[in-house]
Ligand binder design. Structure first.
Ligand SMILES: N[C@@H](CCC(=O)N[C@@H](CS)C(=O)NCC(=O)O)C(=O)O
Length: 387
């Protein structure tokens, strides 16, 4: 939709983004379908329920009603009384705005925009800039002002570097939904795999509620754990919408999506593939040695078989750790950069076969674990779990 010729004689444009003279109508009969699709994150389906897009002529307040599924002529409705601003947000000036900033190394240009990009009054803006420092400075200035006043919906700072002009680095991302972080609930048991997740949330600065459960067969909290994770394992994370995430790596990936700047998972460089290789190795090769070795009698009927299973999983674990040791890059597992792998190592080297064995056989992993344990946020989590 480009421009409108209003019967009043004036013309106006469809845009710009978040124009205060543009709105959407949904039939009450479709409203719950719309909400349901939205909550499921199916934005295309949700938009399908928008019955019409409506524009209000800024000169005469006439409404131009454009049914979304009908290409016929646009009906217009003239008000009988003063009717300016009908399509503005119900929150008035307090509406939650988007903030976006982008910079392109190749063209040496960038811009920052927030709110209604076409309106100069109020806290809205579109500013073109010719230095990266200015883009970054203005972005954070507006970010602090709008988020402080609770008038921000989402914010994104992107830089298109010369290496890959089409793929921006997302340098800062924030959303209103992810700001409601207090609602994450982690089910875990002291010193178990949830410690890795707790440490990652602490490093990312995302608050976490915690519920202690015991996964053993006769425990009074097992029923509660099974309700959340039918596999009976921790960590299990309950999100604010009630949905559940299990599997430590899936949880870390989710957290990394929420807080990309926490640098838990490398993005856009060569270490990313090594991160995934060794993270999956830890959860798929090392972790199961505990699943089948912790209580071998769960898996094998006779005592001799159970003893053998315990011994063979212990031996297999040691061999797997030697491979991890051989691949350790230096300061951190991936070399110069910290990642969530260092948190896995920090926690898992506190499990069997015990610290002494790790010190004797995997000194590089122990050094990484000690360095990570000195990060104050990690230290607090370790003290709670192993102290
Ligand atoms: N692949 C899972 C493994 C989780 C796991 O094995 N957790 C242990 C505690 S550290 C557990 O719940 N064990 C009880 C069981 O497997 O029944 C992950 O990465 O989160």
């Amino acid at each position: 939709m480009g421009g409108f010729a209003c019967p009043c004689g004036s013309g106006f444009r469809d845009g710009p983004d978040f124009a205060p003279h543009k709105g959407h109508l949904i039939s009450d009969q479709d409203f719950e379908d719309f909400q349901q699709a939205q909550q499921a994150g199916k934005w295309n389906v949700a938009y399908w329920h928008v019955k019409a897009t409506v524009w209000q002529c800024p000169a005469c307040s006439r409404l131009h009603f454009h049914p979304n599924r009908d290409t016929g002529p646009v009906p217009t409705f003239a008000p009988e009384a003063e009717a300016a601003g009908l399509l503005r947000s119900v929150w008035g000036e307090e509406w939650k705005r988007s903030l976006r900033a982008r910079w392109e190394d190749s063209s040496g240009s960038g811009n920052v925009w927030w709110g209604d990009t076409g309106t100069k009054e109020g806290d809205n803006g579109f500013v073109e800039l010719s230095s990266w420092e200015d883009v970054e400075k203005l972005y954070y200035e507006v970010f602090r002002r709008l988020s402080g006043a609770r008038r921000l919906r989402s914010a994104l700072l992107q830089r298109y570097d010369r290496v890959d002009r089409n793929k921006p680095q997302n340098l800062h991302y924030w959303s209103f939904e992810s700001a409601q972080w207090g609602k994450h609930l982690l089910l875990g048991c002291k010193g178990c795999g949830n410690t890795i997740v707790e440490a990652a949330f602490a490093v990312a600065g995302v608050p976490l509620d915690y519920e202690e459960v015991d996964y053993s067969a006769d425990s009074p909290t097992r029923a509660r754990l099974l309700e959340v994770n039918p596999l009976g394992q921790v960590p299990a994370l309950v999100l604010s919408d009630g949905s559940v995430l299990t599997e430590s790596l899936a949880i870390l990936q989710y957290l990394d999506d929420l807080k990309p700047n926490a640098n838990l998972i490398p993005k856009g460089d060569a270490t990313r593939k090594h991160f995934y290789r060794w993270a999956v190795f830890l959860v798929a090769a090392v972790y199961p040695t505990f699943t089948y070795g912790d209580e071998p009698e769960k898996w094998v009927a006779d005592a001799a078989g159970a003893k053998m299973l315990r011994e063979s999983t212990d031996a297999h674990r040691k061999a797997a750790w030697q491979q991890v040791e051989a691949a350790a890059g230096g300061r951190w597992f991936l070399g110069e950069r910290f990642s969530a792998l260092d948190l896995y190592i920090t926690v898992m080297t506190r499990w069997r076969p015990g610290r002494k064995w790790f010190e004797a056989n995997t000194p590089r992993l122990v050094a990484i674990a000690e360095k990570a344990a000195a990060i104050p946020e990690v230290a607090a989590v370790l003290a709670r779990n192993f102290g």
